[in-house]
Design a protein around this ligand. Sequence first.
Ligand SMILES: [Cu+2]
Length: 261
Amino acid sequence: MDWLLDPSVSTFGPDIDRIYYIILVITGAVFFGTELLLVYFLFRYRHREGQRAEYIHGSTKAEVIWTAVPFVIVVVLAFMSAPVWNRIKNPEVFPADSYEVMLTARQFEWETRYAGADGQFETADDFTLLNRMNVPVDRPILIHLASEDVIHSFFVYDFRLKQDAVPGMVIPIWFEAIQTGEYTLGCAELCGTGHSTMDGIVAVQPQAEFEAWEATQVAARQAVLGGVLASLDIGAEAGNGAVTSGLAEGAATPMHEHGDF
Ligand SMILES: [Cu+2]
């Protein structure tokens, strides 16, 4: 049934698609069955001269059946979905050795933050991308998802991954892409007038290419930091809080662009 969904490119994509198709077949069968029955009843119980409608007072048997059957279906679906949901959403079983990034949503853009040379987030050597996220293929990616203003929703259809970004919370999500390429990141929660323009790209790169790109970014960031520190003539006092917070805002600007990094 590939004509219904584009192939997924994440490790858990096929599990999501399997559940999707099972639900689609069940709801599809119920839909067509109901519609056929409706047409049949229209014909079978049409108006006939001299025949009056009868009143009935319900049927316990029918009610038990139409309650029990959906109940069983829903419970079976719940048991089928639970392991998949757990694998994707439960931080306690997230894959180890993930590559970590921070992703912050705001009206109406996405900012990806990389830890930089020191491997720590929210430090001066972090570097950021706007509306773009570069990640390596075949490696679990752990995203710390946050929002600065209202509720947004991270949605990459090709990964079959969606998660609300909620103000005041940092929500961990993960995926592992199995194919290189550029995939659309959309906001799946109506978040204001610019909601429809709130998109970005997740660029999945071969491992070596990603590492080269990352090294370039780290070096560029170090050069900017070195230059700023030199101009301020404070040299080794790189840990100064006032300086780092200023840098975090201003100096990252050149990287806030789409393009080949
Ligand atoms: Cu949004």
